[in-house]
Design a protein around this ligand. Structure first.
Ligand code: GMT
Length: 383
């Protein structure tokens, strides 16, 4: 198949999933065209069958903001014509599903023919934070209804989409996935010695430090942990709450125990050097960062929100608690750090979950099968 994949290039779950999907599909013999405003962080080296098309909204003094939606729609039209795309797969509804819809309308009106099918994958905040906002709701709901196929990354997000947007169409749940060969625990003893003193445990949190991730809650939970167990907290990522988290660590008197590492693309060594993954998010439609940690055999302590309970088996591969119960999360982290038998079992279960339920070779064929199904069905605009 000839497939256009539209995604964000920044570090963020939806862009990572889209790029990893693109690479897997190219390896499986499809012609893949990534359309994005910049080179996606996980694109990596040249891969036969995979090409990148930059979307560049021109600046013009009259425009106070770049016209990304229009440039993207225009780019989709060009790529669809030149490369004879069968499918445009838009990752994240805003504004990618809308741009794909616009492009399809333009192509359908053209005498040249060749109209690709549109599939939209909803990732989470496009529905749970932004989609229901009055500034976007109508157009997001419309763009989802108009897509030829729609997927969500969890059952929870599917339910949110129906509830928040009043969308009552078929939605296929295809979870996020991971390359379990590349993401596996490696020997990171040397790195661990640099990050922690002898006898100290390592708790790690990875995110984009947006309010929804509750980095400050991670620092508070850790303050309680470190009063009982010698440990350090690794904070990986960057974003709006970074300086607040630094201030809080100082205010709690644990600044020397909290290590801010900034953004890192190569997470496997850091995860392999760590003991527990902490994710006290306010909302999480799936929790790709937690899956990456689990593939490296890290038990997860997280909020019981969104799709996290579809990923983490509470009491087996980690522990889930109500987002405001920081004391319970701290208690679970301490239990994992101090009970060797519990830790071994949870660590093995975390890896097993990644291998048995979220392995790329299990999940990517589900996208291929869905593409075939959508291609065989009548176009959404004709239904
Ligand atoms: O919030 C983020 O981490 C970024 C965001 C995105 O779309 O880039 O993540 C969402 O999509 C990820 C990939 O499907 C999911 O794993 C995350 O759970 C989801 N984030 C939220 O729901 C808050």
């Amino acid at each position: 198949m000839n497939i256009g994949i539209v995604c964000y290039a920044s570090i963020g779950g939806s862009g990572i999933v889209a790029t990893e999907l693109a690479k897997q599909l190219a390896r499986r013999g499809h012609r893949i065209h990534i359309l994005s405003s910049d080179t996606p962080v996980r694109l990596g080296d040249y891969l036969p069958g995979l090409s990148f098309h930059r979307v560049e909204p021109p600046s013009y003094p009259l425009f106070r903001e770049p016209q990304y939606l229009l440039s993207l729609a225009n780019k989709i039209v060009h790529v669809a014509r030149d490369e004879r795309l069968d499918i445009v797969h838009a990752h994240y509804a805003i504004p990618h599903a809308t741009a794909a819809y616009l492009a399809r309308q333009i192509l359908a009106a053209s005498p040249e023919g060749g109209v690709p099918k549109i599939i939209t994958t909803l990732h989470g905040t496009d529905i749970t934070l932004l989609g229901g906002d009055a500034s976007y709701k109508q157009i997001v709901a419309f763009s989802i209804e108009q897509s030829d196929g729609v997927t969500t990354v969890s059952e929870s997000l599917k339910a949110d989409t129906t509830r928040e947007l009043g969308v009552h169409r078929d939605i296929r749940v295809i979870p996020n996935f991971i390359d379990v060969e590349k993401h596996r625990r490696v020997n990171a003893d040397a790195l661990r010695c640099q990050l922690a003193s002898k006898g100290e445990k390592l708790v790690i949190h990875v995110s984009n430090f947006r309010p929804v991730k509750r980095v400050m809650a991670a620092v508070e939970i850790f303050a309680s942990v470190v009063s009982r167990v010698p440990a350090k907290l690794l904070l990986v990522g960057d974003g709006p709450d970074q300086s607040h988290a630094i201030d809080l660590a100082r205010a709690l008197g644990i600044a020397d125990r909290v290590v801010f590492l900034g953004e890192h693309d190569r997470l496997v060594p850091l995860l392999s050097a760590s003991d527990v993954f902490l994710l006290p998010s306010a909302q999480e439609s799936f929790g790709l960062a937690a899956l990456e940690a689990m593939a490296c055999a890290l038990p997860v302590v997280a909020s019981r929100v969104g799709g996290l309970s579809e990923l983490v088996d509470d009491g087996v591969s980690g522990f889930l608690h109500p987002p405001d119960d920081l004391a319970a999360m701290a208690e679970s982290v301490c239990r994992l750090l101090t009970d060797a038998a519990l830790y071994r079992a949870a660590s093995a279960a975390a890896r097993q979950t990644a291998e048995e339920r979220f392995k790329d070779t299990i999940v990517v064929p589900r996208y291929e099968a869905y593409y075939e199904e959508v291609l065989a069905a009548p176009a959404a605009s004709l239904r």
